[in-house]
Design a protein around this ligand. Structure first.
Ligand code: HEC
Length: 138
C-alpha cells in the first residue's frame, strides 16, 4: 500500500472506509461471512472468477445488480443480486469491492474510487446486468 505521506495532493487526507464493515452490513445475509454463499441460492464470492477477474466485473455488478442465469465455480444460479449504486458512493463501492477481492485467499488487485466513478459515468442509469452482458470481460 502506498504511504499517505507520498500523496500531498490529498488536502485533509482520505477517509479510510472499512469495506469489511460494509460487507457485514450489506452482503453477508446472502453471500455469508465465509464468502461461500448458500448452495442453490447465493453464489460464492470466495474463489469466484466474477470477483477476481478484471475490476470492471465486480464494480459493474455492484453498481447495477445482476439477474438471470449465471455460472460461478461450475455451478449455475438464477437469482437476483440487488444494485448498490444508490446505496454506496464511489469510495464505498471501491472499499467493498476491495474487501471481496482480497478476502478468503482471493488475492486480486485493488480498485480505486476513481475507477468506480469512471464506470458509473460510462454505464449511466441502467437496469440489472445479465451474465451474458458481462461476458465480454472474460
Ligand atoms: C439479497 C441477496 C444478496 C445480497 C444482499 C447481495 N448479493 Fe451478490 N448476488 C446475489 C445473487 C442471487 C447473485 C447471483 C445473481 C444471478 O443469479 O444472476 C449474486 C451475485 C453476486 C456477484 C457475482 C457472482 C459471484 O458469485 O461472484 C458478486 C460479485 C456479488 N454478488 C457481490 C455482492 C456484494 C459485494 C454484496 C454486498 C454489497 C452483495 N453481492 C449483496 C445475492 C445477493
Amino acid at each position: 500500500m502506498q504511504a499517505w505521506a507520498e500523496r500531498p495532493q490529498e488536502p485533509a487526507g482520505p477517509v479510510v472506509i472499512d469495506g469489511g464493515a460494509l460487507y457485514a452490513q450489506q452482503c453477508v445475509a446472502c453471500h455469508q461471512a465465509t464468502g461461500q454463499g448458500l448452495a442453490g441460492a447465493f453464489p460464492p464470492l470466495a474463489g469466484s472468477e466474477w470477483v477476481t477477474g478484471v475490476p470492471e466485473l465486480p464494480i459493474k455488478i455492484l453498481l447495477a445488480g445482476l439477474g438471470g442465469e449465471i455460472e460461478v465455480k461450475g455451478a449455475t444460479y438464477n437469482g437476483a443480486m440487488p444494485a448498490f449504486g444508490a446505496v454506496f458512493d464511489d469510495a464505498e463501492i471501491a472499499a467493498v469491492v476491495n474487501y471481496v477481492r482480497t478476502s478468503w485467499d482471493n488475492g486480486a488487485s485493488e480498485v480505486t474510487a476513481d475507477q468506480v466513478a469512471e464506470i458509473r459515468g460510462a454505464i449511466g442509469s441502467r437496469g440489472t446486468w445479465t451474465a451474458d452482458e458481462l461476458s465480454e470481460h472474460f
